[in-house]
Design a protein around this ligand. Structure first.
Ligand SMILES: Cc1ncc(COP(=O)(O)O)c(C=O)c1O
Length: 387
């Protein structure tokens, strides 16, 4: 594979490069398999259906889900909206953390305004905003609660939330886990996590293409479709079919995205998420240790010894984050992201609102060289006072 054109440290936004084999699988689909899956019975329809089912199986195997209850769709945002809109009816109550992404908070605020859903945000005692299982359980116990929704790892600080312990503490209230930042970055076994549903993107830690993501549903936890439309099955009926995946997958599926996602999940299963995690952990810890030695640098939401993904947020006194990120890109070829990262609530909790932070996201293909280059560039820009 040809090397990336820059030092890419923005894996919180999306993975780059993608897993080996993703581009080839997508080209292969477009050149040889791009029929409309499930629509008709000719060879290209069958080939496309096989590619999609192979992706479903690879993703379910990687994440410990049941392939029959693994739904493919446009992304984490779509699946989070689907579950929230389905499970939160007029007057329902939902409990969530103070670290959520707007993919959770915006649908919740909309449901609050449109349906009178009560949104209870747990302002954890912990300074990094990570809710303890008993804090979540206490909030749930205050009033009948339809759902708990929780990010599995903060997209601002990278800290991992104790999702399994929270699911156990709030049971039998169902938990929807936003695994956009954890899938592919942490080993996940949905079958033992205790969550009712888990949504994630295909293009971040799973190392697949944009435009595809997935939803895992536990047995007995049913969700109504957000969209209705053609499925290729039960065409005689003007109602959505009862059976999964068709019930939740209206319209022509993203076969090319599924082909890429399937290849990415197979690569991750072979390489091992644990190996990815070890590498990310080592690099992000090295980065944290060295960054805080640079005068004026502050880490946000970072705690030594706490479980983290490859994400880390920092600010430099006297340097605007947006300007710093722009200079890192222009002068040093280093891609990071500055701002609020679609998670204003998390920044409020971490004390970095409204300016936000500079976010580094280390991926499976980053090296010590990339970390050294970032450290040197930040030290140089800091010494030059941002000039
Ligand atoms: C924590 C979290 N949840 C949800 C999303 C939404 O994912 P997508 O844009 O792939 O739908 C993101 C993306 O940045 C995220 O970081």
């Amino acid at each position: 594979m040809s090397p990336p054109p820059a030092i890419y440290l923005d894996h919180g936004a999306t993975a780059f490069p993608k897993a080996p084999g993703v581009a080839e699988a997508m080209v292969g689909f477009l050149e040889q398999e791009a029929g409309n899956p499930g629509r008709g019975g000719h060879r290209l329809t069958v080939a496309a259906s096989r590619a999609i089912e192979a992706a479903r199986e690879a993703a379910a195997a990687l994440l410990g889900g049941d392939p029959e209850r693994c739904l493919l769709g446009p992304g984490a945002t779509f699946w989070l909206n689907t579950v929230l809109a389905s499970r939160l009816r007029a007057g329902s109550r939902v409990v969530t953390s103070a670290l959520e992404h707007n993919a959770v908070m915006r649908p919740l605020r909309r449901l609050e305004a449109e349906r009178g859903v009560e949104v209870a945000v747990v302002e954890a005692a912990d300074p990094c905003g990570v809710p303890a299982p008993d804090e979540m359980a206490a909030r749930v116990a205050e009033s009948p609660t339809a759902l708990v929704v929780l990010t599995h790892a903060s997209n601002v600080s990278g800290e991992v939330l104790p999702a399994a312990a929270i699911a156990a503490a709030v049971a039998p209230v169902p938990v929807l886990v936003d695994a956009a930042q954890s899938a592919g970055a942490l080993p996940i076994d949905f079958s033992t996590l205790g969550a009712a549903a888990l949504a994630c993107s295909g293009h971040k830690g799973l190392l697949g293409p944009p435009g595809i993501g997935l939803l895992l549903l536990a047995r007995g936890f049913e969700v109504e479709p957000l969209l209705s439309g053609g499925t290729g099955s039960r065409s005689e009926s003007e109602e959505m079919p009862e059976q999964l995946p068709d019930r939740l997958e209206a319209g022509t599926p993203n076969g090319v995205g599924a082909a890429g996602l399937g290849a990415a999940c197979r690569w991750l299963s072979g390489h091992g998420v644990e190996a990815v995690r070890e590498r990310q952990q080592r690099l992000v810890r090295r980065l944290a240790d060295a960054l805080r030695e640079i005068p004026g640098v502050r880490l946000h939401g970072w705690r030594d010894g706490a479980p983290h993904t490859g994400i880390l947020s920092f600010t430099v006194a006297g340097l605007d984050g947006g300007e710093l990120a722009a200079r890192l890109d222009r002068a040093h070829g280093i891609c990071v992201r500055a701002g609020l990262h679609c998670a204003p609530a998390a920044h409020r909790r971490l004390g970095t609102f409204p300016d936000g932070s500079v976010r580094v996201g280390i991926g499976p293909f980053n090296s010590d060289h990339d970390v050294d280059a970032l450290l040197k560039a930040v030290a140089d820009l800091n010494a030059a006072g941002g000039r």
